[in-house]
Design a protein around this ligand. Structure first.
Ligand code: NDP
Length: 242
């Protein structure tokens, strides 16, 4: 059988980019997968169709990570519909383009508050072997360009969240880890965008990564083999911060 047979995963922001790749990879490894999105149902439904084609159950949930009520509802809906919850991936993220008070509040709501609220709502449902995985950013290790302060600040919260939750949930056999992606080719950060060549030059590999590169690491952390790996921060950044 597959490593995640019988497991249920919830991936926030799973309709496009890194989150969609994570949702598909977890389904490929045997899990039934619920995924959330904020604005556009169509790509979410496409991912669900792909999950179904793999022979797994998929569930698309409209749930804005900025809204605590919608987060709670998404977790509850996942458990009600798919029957249990084993793997939580905090992937939904916001890249702000300005630093007005509204931008600051929205960025903190999505990048700081939502991963905590999702973990708090999910943790009562997680059993021994449960997994919480948060997608941070390599920009929290080093900020190589101006204009990224709010994003870097907000993404840094994942460090404390990961370590705190690892302590809180370790006694129940639940592991909690963080992945720091480098430049990954998505709508948020296209490999042909205006700063793409600069980002490429910062890596040791001279290349952008693909969403599947992050999904592969999530799959390992979610697998039974990674049961002794907790409280860790794993950079998947092409060597950006070496
Ligand atoms: P994309 O913008 O390509 O995809 C974002 C996904 O999240 C979409 O499915 C989107 O759905 C959903 N989403 C956006 N806002 C919300 C919200 N408020 N509530 C729920 N879902 C939401 O982003 P990436 O795939 O590039 O990024 C995924 C994560 O990886 C983010 O946390 C990002 O910060 C992080 N990251 C990305 C890097 C990169 O180079 N790409 C580098 C380092 C970190 P919808 O269609 O509804 O908007």
């Amino acid at each position: 059988s597959l490593p995640l047979t019988g497991k249920v995963a919830l991936v926030t922001g799973g309709s496009r980019g890194i989150g969609a790749a994570i949702a598909l990879r977890l389904a490929t490894d045997g899990a039934d997968v619920a995924l959330t999105y904020a604005s556009s149902a169509e790509p979410a439904n496409t991912v669900v169709k792909q999950i179904t084609a793999l022979g797994r159950r998929g569930l698309a949930l409209s749930a804005d990570a900025a809204d605590p009520t919608q987060i709670d509802a998404a977790v509850a809906h996942t458990v009600t519909t798919l029957g249990r919850l084993d793997i939580v991936v905090n992937n939904a993220g916001h890249l702000p383009t300005a630093t007005g008070l509204c931008d600051i509040d929205r960025t903190i709501a999505i990048n700081v508050r939502a991963p905590l609220l999702t973990a708090l709502a999910a943790s009562p449902h997680l059993g021994h072997g449960g997994r919480i995985i948060t997608i941070g950013s390599c920009l929290t290790g080093r900020v190589p360009a101006p204009g990224l302060t709010l994003y870097a600040m907000s993404k840094s919260a994942a460090h404390g969240l990961t370590r705190g939750l690892a302590r809180d949930l370790g006694p129940r056999g639940i592991t909690v880890n963080e992945i720091l992606p480098g430049p990954i080719d998505t709508d948020m950060n296209p490999a042909d965008g205006p700063t793409a060549d600069t980002q490429r030059a910062l890596t040791t590999l001279g290349a952008f990564g693909r969403p599947t590169d992050i999904a592969a690491t999530v799959a390992f952390l979610a697998s039974p083999e990674a049961g002794f790996l907790t409280g860790a921060t794993i950079a998947v950044d092409g060597g950006t911060n070496v």
